[in-house]
Design a protein around this ligand. Sequence first.
Ligand code: HEC
Length: 145
Amino acid sequence: MFKSFWFWLLVLLIAIQAFSLDVKATLPIKEREALEAPKEVLSILKRSCYDCHSSQVKAPWYYNVAPVSWYTQLHVKNAREIVNFSKWNSYTKEKRLKIAQKIPKAIVIRMPLNSYLYAHEEAKLSKDEKKMIKKWARTLKEKLN
Ligand code: HEC
């Protein structure tokens, strides 16, 4: 009985690998579309946001293994739809403005996602880093207005 449970679990795990969201961790990049920002800001964004909001997601092994992949890839898919910083310059002014307006609140309340921080403690933003990102978002807004 016990043995067959593990056997069927294994069969199930193998079978579900056929159901993939197919969200690629890396997409082709055009240098001229990538976000430009002060070095300190860019390095924070790369560390804490680019694993979802960019075309250069660092995918750990479980990124492609179902059922975890459904979760990780869906996050990347949804995050990229909101903002993919690797495509920043291809966005309309309105879209950039909308994102700049959302960033300050997002980093206080939900970003990076809590579930992500469990596995990526290094992505947590310090108070000073939050201040820096907020200030940058404000400048961005002023420039776009
Ligand atoms: C683990 C993946 C992940 C990481 C890391 C992450 N985000 Fe997100 N982000 C998402 C997803 C998924 C959404 C859309 C769904 C939602 O709002 O929960 C989102 C939504 C947003 C939004 C829109 C919020 C709104 O009010 O509509 C902003 C702005 C944002 N993220 C900024 C950031 C910034 C800045 C960072 C880095 C500090 C970051 N995110 C890190 C996954 C992520």
